[in-house]
Design a protein around this ligand. Structure first.
Ligand SMILES: NC(=O)c1ccc[n+]([C@@H]2O[C@H](COP(=O)([O-])OP(=O)(O)OC[C@H]3O[C@@H](n4cnc5c(N)ncnc54)[C@H](O)[C@@H]3O)[C@@H](O)[C@H]2O)c1
Length: 252
């Protein structure tokens, strides 16, 4: 089982669920995050340490990855979880600076953390990289062009790193979650209900119409998948995408 793991944006949401799963299984986990208060809460769990890093700041992120791996004493697993949604606007009206920010965090942040971690993963007997893409990494996503473009880009990065690193025994896979249960989707549904003059329950039914399985994904289920992909049972699984979205037919 992996002894050490580094998780970007690991102090909240899906990243924290993954951090807690790995820590519960006995892996020593370090989380990087931009939010100091969230870091303080996350590191209250035994087995989880953390430090501040803004994934949009490439030199700072690279340095934080190096310091974290030194503190962990090596690295078996890198979970590239960081990702921001960006604004909601059609391409013709999408602000260039917002486009650039989403690219910087989602795509360049993952590239930078991976590049810094790879020399250390090469020294591991069980190295693996997991990249958090999205349902928007296999469908178009109207009004979220930057998000969708980066999430497709991450699939290309995952497949390329799988090919480059396979000979060193390092696996690389992408997880593509659909809508995740929790406060974020609840707020989205409340906002849509207000805009459309409907109820949140109507909006929930509407969103689930695009899925076969009639429920949103639990972060713990994504954590369990990440844990499996980093486990010895998955040593031959690499370069693959893993949708976890109730068989969704669109990003909505
Ligand atoms: N929540 C969903 O419905 C969903 C669906 C599909 C994919 N995803 C992907 O899963 C990943 C995690 O999503 P989430 O919903 O848990 O995220 P979230 O919005 O809950 O944020 C998780 C953490 O990211 C940190 N963060 C934000 N910007 C950062 C930055 N620039 N540098 C470092 N840390 C930063 C936050 O402080 C927070 O602790 C993302 O890549 C997201 O695109 C989420």
């Amino acid at each position: 089982m992996p002894r050490t793991a580094l998780i970007t944006a690991g102090a909240g949401g899906i990243g924290l669920a993954i951090a807690r799963k790995f820590a519960a299984e006995g892996t020593r986990v370090h989380v990087l995050d931009i939010d100091e208060a969230a870091l303080a809460r996350a590191t209250a769990t035994e087995g989880i340490t953390g430090s501040r890093a803004d994934a949009a700041d490439a030199p700072a992120l690279r340095a934080a990855v190096e310091v974290a791996i030194a503190a962990l004493g090596g690295l078996d697993v890198l979970i590239n979880n960081v990702g921001i949604a960006g604004p909601t606007a059609p391409v013709a009206e999408y602000p260039l600076d917002a486009w650039q920010k989403v690219i910087d965090v989602n795509l360049t942040g993952t590239f930078v953390a991976s590049a810094a971690a790879i020399p250390h993963l090469r020294k591991s007997q069980q190295g693996s990289i997991v990249i958090m893409s999205s349902l928007a990494g296999r469908f178009g996503y109207p009004n979220r062009s930057a998000y969708s473009a980066t999430k497709w880009g991450l699939v290309g990065l995952a497949k390329t790193m799988a090919m480059e690193l396979g000979p060193d025994g390092i696996t690389c896979n992408a997880i593509l979650p659909g809508a995740v249960a929790g406060e974020r989707i609840d707020a989205v549904l409340r906002g849509r209900a207000e805009a459309n003059g409907t109820t949140p329950e109507d909006e929930r039914r509407g969103a689930l119409r695009n899925q076969s399985v009639q429920r949103f994904v639990d972060p713990d289920e994504i954590a369990a998948l990440a844990w499996f992909l980093a486990s010895p049972a998955a040593r031959s699984i690499s370069g693959q995408i893993f949708p976890i979205d109730g068989d969704s037919r669109a990003a909505v």
